[in-house]
Design a protein around this ligand. Structure first.
Ligand code: AMP
Ligand code: ZN
Ligand code: FE
Ligand code: FE
Length: 284
């Protein structure tokens, strides 16, 4: 019995539709799946319908980028109510900011002499998706301006790159409160990828986030080593934090990260997760 509580769909920058994602999870025999798109719950309703058909349990989720004290991080909201008005009002602001940002990135490309238009970006972005840098990378690929999506990041779109424009983000305290307001639990995503300040330890960061209401940490993660996983499992135990785990599956948009696989090729055993996640129920 395995779970994957971190996966993206075409509602943000994944390549699989919510239905395709759920069917893949079912084919792998996963019993619990969370859809955690960037700044949107737009894929959850379709995933719920597909999950009922496929016999997979589905946790509605969201992944929020946060910046501000105590630092930059990604937060996963698990078990949120996807119809929560306050959450969706804020997510709509973040989506609108993403569209404005895509237009600014296109202007950067034009200034750099790269022939890219907003129409090209739209053509590379699934209908209704929250536009992100992977869609810009795909648009560049389709225009033949780069040979691979990775080249688009390396030459232009990576943090600090010539076409990089930051996106609207929430302070961690606000992101955690928003997740709680929507009935969910807030987890620090992929702690092994954190950029810590000089002298700051992972424990320091987790304590600071716990003071803001953080509920848990994503100890099991596709890019964590076994020692990293053990370290975050120990820290979670010491600090009284819950544990979650997921792949961060993006399909073809993130090659080499298969669904259902975390630390060193293992899955997340259902019984490694806290009962509150295992037994989460949407009320029928
Ligand atoms: P955005 O939320 O629009 O800023 O896009 C962030 C996404 O872009 C991440 O989830 C990654 O999938 C991808 N990404 C960011 N930086 C890189 C990079 N240097 N190389 C490849 N993909 C990246
Ligand atoms: Zn992503
Ligand atoms: Fe993330
Ligand atoms: Fe993610």
């Amino acid at each position: 019995m395995y779970a994957d509580l971190h996966a993206h769909t075409t509602a943000s920058d994944g390549s699989a539709t919510p239905t395709e994602l759920v069917r893949q999870a079912a084919a792998l025999g996963l019993s619990l799946l969370a859809v955690t798109d960037h700044d949107t719950t737009g894929g959850v309703a379709e995933a719920m319908r597909a999950a009922r058909e496929a016999g997979v349990r589905l946790l509605p989720g969201v992944e929020l980028s946060a910046e501000g004290p105590p630092g930059k991080c990604h937060l996963l909201g698990l078990g949120i109510d996807p119809g929560h008005a306050g959450l969706n009002a804020k997510l709509e602001q973040l989506s609108a900011a993403r569209r404005a940002r895509a237009a600014r990135i296109v202007e950067r490309f034009q200034a750099l002499g790269v022939d890219l238009t907003l129409e090209d970006v739209d053509a590379a972005t699934p209908d209704g998706a929250n536009v992100g840098r992977p869609h810009l990378a795909k648009a560049l690929l389709q225009k033949g301006a780069v040979a691979t999506m990775q080249e688009a990041f390396d030459r232009y779109l990576a943090d600090g790159g010539p076409a990089y424009v930051p996106k609207m983000v929430l302070p961690p305290a606000e992101a955690i409160a928003l997740i709680h307001d929507a009935g969910g639990l807030a987890f620090l995503a992929h702690p092994g990828l954190l950029k810590l300040d000089a002298g700051e330890t992972p424990r320091d960061r987790l304590l600071a986030l716990r003071n803001l209401g953080l509920d848990g940490v994503e100890a099991y993660y596709s890019q964590h080593t076994l020692p990293q996983t053990d370290r975050y499992l120990d820290l979670a135990r010491d600090l009284g934090l819950l544990v979650t785990g997921g792949s961060d599956f993006h399909g073809a948009n993130k090659p080499g990260v298969p669904l259902g696989v975390v630390t060193n090729g293992h899955g997340v055993p259902l019984d490694a997760l806290p009962a509150i996640l295992r037994d989460w129920s949407a009320g029928g």
